[in-house]
Each structure stands twice: as C-alpha cells, then as structure tokens.
Design a protein around this ligand. Sequence first.
Ligand code: ZN
Length: 428
Amino acid sequence: MPRFGLFADVQYADMDDGNTEGRVQRFREAPGKVMRAAEDFRTQEAPLSFVMSLGDLINGNNVNPVLTEQELHLILAPIMLLLSWRKIPTFHVLGNHELRLARGCVLQTLHMPASYYSRRLSSGWTLLVLDSTELSGHHCYPQGSEQCNEAEAFAAAHPATEREPHMVAWNGGLGSRQLKWLQNELLQAESERRHVLVAAHHPISPQAARKTHLAWNWREISAVLVASPAVALVLAGHDHEGGYAFHDGKHWLTMPALLEAPTGSNAYAIVDLRSDKIVIDGRSSTVQSRTLSMPGGELSVRKVWTCLDNEMKRTSTASGPHSAEIAGDHDSVAEPASKQDPASKRQRTEASLTEAAGTQAGGQQSEGPPSNWEELVPLDQLSKMRAAWTKHNRRALDTLKRLQEQVDLPVQQQLDKLNKQTTMANTF
Ligand SMILES: [Zn+2]
C-alpha cells in the first residue's frame, strides 16, 4: 500500500520571524524542521513510497533572485540528501512563492517532470499533481502566452469582491487545458477502477480552508473532482492554518504550514493509503492524526436515484412540457422495495424512499416532491449529482454505475432511463 511523508509551506528565508494575523512565521527554523522530518521519513522501518511537498518551499521575496535560488537549493538539500539514502522519491507541487523564480528554474531544481503530472502508485492508487499557479497573478508565463491571456481574462471577469475574496494575485487556479487533462486522467482512473489522490497547492474546498485562500476557479475544479467517484482524498497547502472536511464523498485536507509550527515542534505527517481507509499519522501536535474511511461505501444507489428523480421532476415542473414525460419515466423505474434488499432495516429505508417516489410518480398533478423528501435524500449528493449531471452527463452515469456496483443493486433500467433524460437535463 502507498505510504508517504507529507508537509507543506516550509517557506524558508534567511530573515527574522514574521507575524501575520497573530501567527508567527519562523523562517530560519525551517531547515532544521525539514531535516528532522526527512530523518523521520528516512528511518521508518517500512520504507516510504515517496515524500510529498505541497509547495511554497521558499518564501521567495529576497530582492536578489540569485539568493532566492540559493534558498531553494538550501532547503532542498537535506530532503534530497536524507531521502536519497533509501531511494525515496520526492514529489513536488508548485506553490505561488516558488514562482518568484522562473518556472523553468523551479521545475528543473525540483526535478519535476512538468508543472502538473500523474503517477501510478501501488495497490490501485493514482496520484494527480495539479498546478494551481497556472491561472494566477503570479503565473510566470510570458506576456501573450495562452496561459497569460487566460489568467488575465479570468481575473478581469472575476474581480475581487466581498463574495469572491479569493481573487487575489497570490491565489491561483487551473487553466482550461489543465482542467481537460484532469478530466481525462480521472476518466482513465475510473475505467481502471483506481483510487485517486489529488494534490494541489491552493485549497479547492471552502469547507477545508479559509475562503480568502481558495483557488481562483475552485468551483470548476471542485465540480470536476466531485463528479469522479475515483477521487478519495484531495490535499492542499497554502492556507497556513490548515483544515479538514468531508463532503461530496471526498476527504479534503489542508496541511498546516511547517513554517508556523511552534519552536521545538514540527508540522508533517505520514499518510497510509489502504484499501479500506486512509490513515493520517500527524507526527507532531500541529498536524492532527485521523483515520478516514474510504468514501463511497455507504451510499445507497436508490437514495441517489430517488434524489435525482425528485430534483428533476421538481425542476422540470416549472418548465412545463417535459414534466409529464418525466413523471411517466419515473413511474416505470420504481420497483417494489421487497425485490431489492432483504435486510429489514434497509428494506424499511428503501420502502420509505420508494413510497415517496411512488407518491410523486402517481400524483402527476402534484406540485413537486413529497414534503419530507429533504429528509429522505442526501442533499450533498443531490447537489453533487445535479452539477455533474448538467455539466458532465457521461461522468454522472459512470458515477451511478460505480454506485450500482458498490451496493449491488440492479439499476440498469434506471440508467437506461437516465440516458434518455440527459438531453432534457441539459436544459436546466
Ligand atoms: Zn502559497
């Protein structure tokens, strides 16, 4: 099973401690902390598969670019030296602070194959490293380049406001070409039934980081990730306070900054990707240890289907001509609960859901879904599936197919109906 060392936001600089938002930045302590973390990684009894830095290895604001480059080499040296003893590779994620240097210089120094890349790990896991500095005020692409033009256009169309506080130069996001690459990688992983670990510098989940630190186009990135059943864990740095959330069937973890770990402490972890769970071993009090269940296992496909159907009926009621057709389709896919699951507890749940669906299908004159439908359907799944359905119909179908396999329920008939309805779904 893949087991790896993890840290974020070292931000080394040869400068005095800083104080931002009441937190202390201990710039000169960073090399010692990184060395101790690397030594811990190196001396693990079972060798680690790799070590991952989530970006911002250096602070990078030295007025002399030569010294800035030297700072990058200096902080990298103990990592490379210690880990090379056991041939443990290091995977880097680009951070905004590294891009005070030229992109080519950073990629070469960090031995990165590209600014975003994938790695096939053992035991059916795939690592996708994103470049969330691409669509940014600090993208470091030349004027007139595709990336520069896209970043400028996005910034112009999304000015920073109270509601969009993340639209500042030191945040960033994925360009359209990279988003397409991400979609293709996820489809590939899904087709091979692999679990996916995603790593980006900028946080993508507003529940796992402060809104001021999110990626510029976190909504688009999130929609792509949420739509893929392969994605299990999404890692980020950048927000020095760190954070964690579970939503939309994925774990979202923002690592606290090593830079701000108290003197005498540290901020890194060892992550164990197992088939049934993910174990985060926080190797200091700054990083909380967690055992995360593998997402997806507890989801009922019938719940999702009912939720989709209710939502579709509710939405299309307003648009008129399609509602009767949808109701008819819905009626034909409802099956008696007794045929689907003999387990009594689950049967009761399924029966209540079927009853709710039947009420709606039978009552074609009704104004909408049953009054208690919000209690019966998982709302986070509803929003997830609706977003996926509208934008990525094929992926939504794949999601349902995967769910079908997970709970072993015969929903091919529902899928066939869903296929027929996707054109209509596009009109939402
Ligand atoms: Zn950063």
